[in-house]
Design a protein around this ligand. Structure first.
Ligand code: SAH
Ligand code: MG
Length: 222
């Protein structure tokens, strides 16, 4: 396990040891992700997602950042019968792999992969989602937010991954020069969701940092 600026290694190791292992396709994908350096959600984040989504039993989930389909398949396990997932990915190789993996998991009728940059794709998405997961370009979360607020139902959950980005968001001492813009934007994102009139948000220092936001009202309250 790489040294973390967010968590303490002995705590993470303990949590990972006590958390039940994934089975089947998810287990295979974890192995693939390690071997091919695909940044899927970390095990303790996967477990948080599992608990949160089982609590709300969503009918519709929107994901930004599919990669190989790991988190989409994980989300699928908490869906209400008849529920659906829409997931957006811009990288062709990942889209191909995700589709294969989703088929392997027998979820091709449940998970729809949309190819394209979320910034463009989101404009055309309509409907109401019970849960939205943002796990893509870290400098773009703030531009995704208006769409997420439009698409998330009142009482729905917005989950954002990697919001503490290797410790850089909380402390300048970890910021490397070429990441400065991303860091500034992510700080703006966290500030916005933390003070937004439609959201109640919490930032959880597990994995690479996860924000969980509950949409409390449909209007901005102004
Ligand atoms: N959610 C996945 C991991 C996603 S990794 C899991 O936990 O299993 C982040 C992915 O987001 C990458 O595959 C990257 O290509 C994609 N991505 C980044 N920015 C994006 C954007 N603007 N639009 C669509 N996909 C994007
Ligand atoms: Mg992530």
């Amino acid at each position: 396990m790489a040294e973390s600026n967010i968590t303490r290694e002995y705590v993470t190791q303990y949590i990972r040891k006590i958390t039940p292992q994934q089975k089947g396709v998810l287990k295979e994908l974890e192995k693939y992700a390690i071997e091919h350096h695909v940044p899927i959600v970390q095990p303790e984040v996967a477990q948080l997602i599992r608990v949160l989504t089982k609590t709300i039993a969503p009918m519709k989930i929107l994901e930004i950042g599919t990669a190989i389909g790991y988190s989409a398949i994980l989300f699928a396990q908490a869906l209400k019968p008849g529920g659906k997932i829409v997931t957006i990915e811009r990288y062709d190789k990942m889209i191909e792999l995700a589709k294969q993996n989703i088929q392997k998991a027998g979820l091709e009728d449940i998970i729809q992969v949309i190819a394209g940059d979320a910034q463009e794709v989101l404009v055309d998405i309509t409907g109401e989602f019970d849960c939205i997961f943002i796990d893509a370009a870290k400098g773009k979360y703030l531009t995704f937010l208006p769409h997420c607020l439009r698409l998330l139902k009142t009482g729905g959950l917005l989950i954002s991954d990697n919001v503490l980005y290797q410790g850089m968001i909380a402390s300048d001492k970890f910021v490397v020069r070429r990441k400065k813009t991303i860091v500034t934007r992510m700080r703006q994102y966290l500030d916005t969701i933390s003070h937004h009139p439609q959201l109640e948000s919490t930032i959880i220092p597990i994995g690479d940092g996860v924000a969980v936001s509950y949409k409390v009202r449909s209007d901005s309250g102004e």
